[in-house]
Design a protein around this ligand. Structure first.
Ligand SMILES: [Zn+2]
Length: 176
């Protein structure tokens, strides 16, 4: 479970960093898809919008709608796929993502951490060790009622950082 600001900001800045010439109107209007899967929380079932079938179906729908008003149907499809899958990718931590719901009720989750011990155990006596696993959890972990963070300190700090970069860029453009 990752919060709203991180879901929104990270995929947009990664995209703009690697594809600076991309159609920004399309990017910013479709970026809402990066947070959309979490709307299933309102229905009380954090599985309905967190699966590949929803992601593909929604992307086809978006491409169809965009295709009605512009020639950017294909680009809209790929951007929708990117934003919806980025959401699931960022949610891969506990309790995981029900990728194949409703066909399968398993939540896929990845645990990865590098640990350091002050006792110089682990990797070559460096104190470093890696704890990683790909596991599946029963779907009940995703649908049980729980209090979840919508906005966290990390998300707010990320937002401030991005805004600062925008301001610096704006000032540079003005030639100060
Ligand atoms: Zn989510």
């Amino acid at each position: 479970m990752v919060e709203v600001l991180v879901h929104l900001i990270l995929p947009v800045i990664v995209l703009l960093a690697f594809r600076p010439k991309i159609d920004k109107v399309l990017v910013f209007s479709l970026a809402v898809l990066a947070v959309m899967p979490d709307l299933d929380i309102i229905i009380g079932h954090r599985t309905l919008f967190h699966n590949v079938f929803f992601a593909i179906g929604m992307s086809l729908l978006v491409a169809f709608v965009v295709g009605l008003v512009s020639a950017k149907k294909q680009q809209a499809f790929y951007l929708s796929v990117y934003f919806l899958f980025s959401h699931m990718f960022l949610d891969l931590g506990n309790p995981g993502v029900p990728f194949f719901y409703p066909l399968s009720s398993r939540l896929f989750t990845v645990n990865f951490s590098v640990l350091i011990s002050p006792f110089r155990e682990g990797f070559l006596g460096s104190g470093l060790s890696i704890d990683s696993a790909v596991i599946t959890n029963p779907i009940i972990e995703a649908v049980k009622p729980q209090v979840m963070p919508v906005v966290t300190t990390f998300g707010v700090l990320l937002l401030v950082l991005v805004l600062l970069l925008f301001i610096i860029r704006f000032i540079n453009c003005k030639g100060y």
